[in-house]
Write a protein that binds this ligand. Structure first.
Ligand code: BES
Ligand code: MN
Ligand code: ZN
Length: 490
């Protein structure tokens, strides 16, 4: 597993600025007003910073912009970074500033002179989120990440404020690792092992094996894994940080460790991307890790359906009719619409077993959501405006894109089957919505529910504000905030 970069908080030592090897960062507001640390760096570099803030370029500088002076004279450092950051910068802006620093830091040690920064904890979180690379599958991984030292005015206070934020960042990193892992390494067995490892941080872990799933009648989920040699599993993570007896929030994730499409085989081009088809489960696991590490005062249960969708002589055929745990029958028109089959049974089990206050599921469910929203926003579907607005607000506050799409009876009709209670596909029009309609059939009346289609946001092909290209961990920050703001006792 990727280790988060080490971040230490110390008091400002002006004399250390000249001697620090690695990289040094100063923070200057758009006004150009320098604090003691910046003034010292300016003096050491014979006025370079003064010339910078008096330059035409600085006039145009926006909060969050980063300027780098390489091999500054008068300092031992490799580079002097100047982060332009408003004194009144929001948490999100401050985090983006931290991320910009982490991006330029590479593997070097970094000294951040942050005594003037109001939100030092957010700056630290931004650094922790962006100082990430997936090197687990390289025979010669790059040398250890150099540590980060943040010189702040009240180290203990900032360190205490940063602790929960760094816990959340650790959750995000775990999600990214899971999403990045290839399917020969992250089998359902290995996935369940990593989840079991989280018992260490106080989570109660249960893994349901195929025989358990058979007795629970989760035949829809089992039908997806029939073609694979890696066994189907459901892993359950319980965090009971709230009052005893308070109904939990249930988080449910699609964990298809590889999606070939099954007998409805996908085309070869791009099929390798389907290692990320466990992204929903990855976010559930990362969120549970964040909640446990920061000891959230809430009851939350995470359930993930772990399966592999492979073609074989035992695989489910197009046209097969399978009975769900709920009891409804499904005509499987296309074995590539497998995520909804997995989720249907896990959603049903989550409601029956845990009687949750609300249910939220995540899945890399449809290619159609990428056509609709690209990689900027996850698709949001809900039967409950109040619950949905809370989620949208949390996503907005964390800078994670989320956009609500409609549900409706007319879409539901597209799932009508001639021989069973429903089909698993609704045709080409509104493919993401009919997938959501399918899931809604497995939500009990009156249960507040949100479905997040993260096919476009779980992994992206260019850098984002907080992650290098690849797995983003989209959703962990949002779900953590949703819990903090609406499910946690104060
Ligand atoms: N895992 C895919 C969806 C997906 C596509 C995720 C691209 C990430 C990137 C899902 O299981 C799938 O194959 N969906 C089909 C549904 C169709 C058969 C109705 C799709 O989107 O084409
Ligand atoms: Mn599929
Ligand atoms: Zn899939």
């Amino acid at each position: 597993m990727t280790q988060p970069v080490s971040i230490e908080f110390t008091e400002l030592d002006l004399d250390a600025i000249a001697e620090f090897e690695g990289r040094v960062a100063v923070i200057i507001p758009p006004s150009g007003k320098m604090d003691a640390a910046a003034r010292r760096a300016n003096r050491l570099t014979k006025g370079a910073l003064k010339r910078l803030v008096e330059s035409e370029g600085w006039e145009k500088a926006k909060s969050g912009d980063l300027t780098t002076l390489a091999w500054p004279a008068g300092m031992a450092a490799k580079a002097l970074h100047v982060l332009c950051l408003d004194r009144g910068a929001s948490a999100l802006e401050t985090r983006k500033g931290g991320a910009a620093l982490a991006k330029s830091k590479g593997e070097d040690a970094l000294l951040v002179l942050a005594a003037q920064v109001r939100r030092g904890a957010d700056l630290a979180q931004g650094i922790a989120l962006r100082a990430y690379a997936f090197n687990e599958r390289k025979s010669q991984p790059p040398k250890m990440q150099g540590p980060v030292t943040m010189a702040v005015s009240k180290p203990e206070e900032v360190s205490d404020a940063a602790a929960p934020l760094l816990s959340v960042a650790e959750g995000v990193l775990m999600t990214r690792d899971l999403v990045s892992e290839p399917a020969n390494h992250l089998t359902t067995v290995e996935f369940a092992e990593r989840i079991k490892g989280m018992a260490d941080i106080g989570l109660k872990i249960t893994v349901l094996e195929e025989k358990d799933l058979k007795s629970l009648k989760m035949d829809l989920l089992l039908s997806v894994g029939h073609g694979s040699v890696t066994p189907s599993k459901v892993a359950i993570m319980e965090w009971s940080g709230g009052q005893k007896g308070t109904a939990p929030l249930a988080l449910v994730g699609k964990g298809v460790v590889f999606d070939t499409g099954g007998i409805s085989l996908k085309p070869a081009a791009g099929m390798e991307e389907m290692t990320m088809d466990m992204g929903g489960a990855g976010v559930v696991v990362g969120t549970m890790k964040a909640l446990a590490l920061r000891k959230a005062k809430a009851n939350v249960v995470g359930l993930v359906g772990l399966v592999e969708n492979m073609p074989s002589g035992q695989a489910t055929r197009p046209g097969d009719v399978v009975t769900s745990m709920k009891g409804d029958t499904v005509e499987i028109i296309n074995t590539d619409a497998e995520g909804r089959l997995v989720l249907a049974d896990v959603l049903w089990h989550a409601q029956k077993k845990f009687k949750p206050a609300a249910v939220l599921n995540l899945a890399t469910l449809t290619g159609a959501v990428i056509i609709a929203l690209g990689h900027e926003n996850a698709g949001v579907f809900s039967n409950d405006d109040a619950f949905c607005n809370k989620l949208l607000k949390s996503a907005g506050a964390e800078g994670e894109g989320a956009w609500r799409l409609p549900l409706g009876e007319a879409y539901d009709k597209q799932l009508k089957s001639d021989i069973a209670d429903m089909k698993n596909v609704g045709g080409r029009p509104a493919g993401s919505i009919t997938a959501a309609q399918f899931l809604q059939r497995f939500i009990e009346d009156g249960m507040p529910w949100i479905h997040l289609d993260i096919a476009g946001t779980a992994r992206v092909s260019k850098d984002t504000d907080f992650a290098p290209k690849g797995a983003t961990g989209w959703g962990v920050m949002t779900l953590n905030r949703l819990v903090a703001d609406h499910f946690e006792e104060t």
